[in-house]
Ligand binder design. Structure first.
Ligand code: ADP
Ligand code: MG
Ligand code: ZN
Length: 483
């Protein structure tokens, strides 16, 4: 960090658009399916034909309330849809239906995982979560521009944070947590490549210790967490350099250019009055019956933060381990299904974090399609605990099981991985080695302790690598001590 960047502190607020997992759009019955041929999921409503009326999709409400409750927001019993007016080719009505003064959810916070070093969890407060419809998509071909309205009218929530974020890494952690929560809740698939999770970053800097806010810029066009972190880091440096040179930060919207690794101006900042917001006359106020909120509250799944707390306090895992295991609900469920019958939870955690996650990530498929059922991994780990197989043998068996789909017991016996724990057999092998190496035995007994490893190796070799190392150790120590 340069001297000048120590003089300043960054202030970051994020606006996230998450596409809700509904089958149909927010104000019409068209499908929300991604990747269909252009303009095949369209109707007069989502194409903005005159004379049509929007009809609100109730499922949208349930999903948004679920997220609102998970983020500790206050759910407004009555909220309003507004028209946000602007002209753009992908917006056929000339306005977007959104929520302005009275959003569905207010306040609340997202709790970021503690990393163990900087202490406990950090809370990032939310301003609001509101509902809106997506716009279409402009496609720029070499000699013309085209518009695809399949996305027009797809339901979104916009999740707006307070400017509580201080570093690019914290922004990344916030986004990962948000995405993880949305996926646990089955509110959104959080797919950044398909645009169902998009983030705009508001960035300003101020002298460290100041509590007023500096002039901010808004950065758009980042389609991965890494891009967001890079873009924010770049923007912080750029603003500090301006201030250090005695210049001012201009309030504007900037685009992240991932190829050049810079942000560049896109347009001057638009203000709320530019949008001439007014209540949508074609939709009644959005009324939330109190018992609906209660129904949703009761059915909430355990969220990542609660799981992390349970893993660290009840299982003794580190914050890091708890974080890795809980990011995806599928993985956390898998881990918990490995546990029954096992004493060593740490070993199970390690196994899932390394072996299971590696195979899942490499396969690019779901957990169920790429790794054996969790009970089978549990049974492998139980064999390790009982000394029936070595950890290495378990890895070999696991790799084979991923390919063959066979169970743990069959695989271990087919591959001949069972460890010999038969003390008599091991003792016989030890005797053989001791007889074959009289010179080394004498050296060892004369005080060269280091030779012990050599004897273990020889015995292991004599037993085809399958003897229980713990027993070899015990027997050898006894036999070599006795002279
Ligand atoms: P705008 O009117 O420009 O959209 P808002 O007040 O609605 O601004 O805030 C939009 C986002 O910008 C929020 O996430 C908020 O936390 C963040 N924000 C507001 N002021 C600042 C600032 N000075 N620096 C960084 N982020 C800010
Ligand atoms: Mg804004
Ligand atoms: Zn439609």
């Amino acid at each position: 960090m340069s001297a000048s960047s120590e003089k300043y502190e960054a202030v970051i607020g994020l606006e996230v658009h998450a596409q809700l997992l509904t089958r149909s759009k927010i104000f019409c019955g068209c499908s929300t399916e991604f990747g269909a041929p252009p303009n095949t999921h369209v109707c007069p409503v989502c194409c903005g034909m005159p004379g049509v009326l929007p009809v609100f999709n109730r499922r949208v409400l349930e999903l948004a309330i679920r997220m609102g409750l998970a983020a500790h927001c206050t759910i407004a019993p009555r909220s309003i849809f507004d028209r946000k007016n602007y002209f753009y080719p992908d917006l056929p009505k000339g306005y977007q239906i959104s929520q302005y003064e009275t959003p569905l959810c207010k306040g609340g916070y997202i709790e970021l995982p503690g990393d163990g070093d900087n202490g406990g969890p950090t809370r990032i407060r939310l301003v609001r979560i509101h509902l809106e419809e997506d716009a279409g998509k402009n496609i720029h071909a070499p000699d013309c521009s085209l518009v695809d309205f399949n996305r027009s009218g797809v339901p979104l929530t916009e999740i707006v944070s307070e400017p509580d974020i201080r570093t690019p890494e914290q922004a990344g952690a916030y986004l990962r947590e948000l995405r993880s929560m949305l996926r646990y809740l089955e509110v959104s698939d959080g797919n950044m490549e398909e645009g169902s999770f998009r983030c705009d970053a508001n960035v300003s800097v101020r002298p460290r210790g100041s509590d007023s806010l500096g002039v901010k810029t808004e950065v758009k066009n980042m389609n991965s967490f890494r891009h967001v972190e890079h873009a924010i880091a770049y923007e912080i440096e750029r603003q500090i350099e301006l201030l250090e040179a005695g210049e001012r930060v201009v309030q504007e919207t900037r685009l992240w250019d991932p190829d050049r690794g810079v942000t560049r101006p896109m347009r001057s900042k638009e203000y709320a009055h530019d949008y001439r917001y007014f209540p949508e006359p074609d939709l009644p106020p959005l009324i939330v019956p109190p018992d609906l909120v209660e129904q949703i509250r009761i059915a909430m799944p355990e969220l990542p933060a609660a799981r992390r707390a349970r893993y660290t306090s009840e299982m003794g895992l580190t914050p890091y381990e708890a974080n890795v295991l809980t990011q995806e609900r599928e993985i956390a469920d898998y881990f918990e299904a490995v546990l029954p019958g096992l004493k060593n939870r740490k070993a199970a955690a390690n196994w899932v974090m390394t072996e299971v996650l590696r195979v899942v990530n490499e396969s690019g498929r779901g957990v169920a399609q790429s790794v054996p059922a969790p009970a089978e991994v549990g049974s492998l780990l139980k064999m390790v605990e009982d000394g029936a197989i070595s950890l290495n043998a378990a890895k070999t068996a696991f790799a084979a099981m991923c390919k063959s789909g066979k169970n743990a017991k069959a695989t271990v016996s087919e591959l001949g991985l069972l460890q010999v724990s038969d003390e008599a057999a091991i003792a016989a092998a030890c005797d053989e080695v001791i007889c074959a190496e009289p010179a080394k035995v004498a050296e060892y007994r004369g005080g060269r302790d280091k030779l012990f490893g050599f004897f273990v190796g020889q015995v292991m070799k004599a037993m085809g690598g399958k003897a229980n190392p713990k027993i070899i150790n015990e027997v050898l120590r006894r036999k070599l001590a006795a002279s």
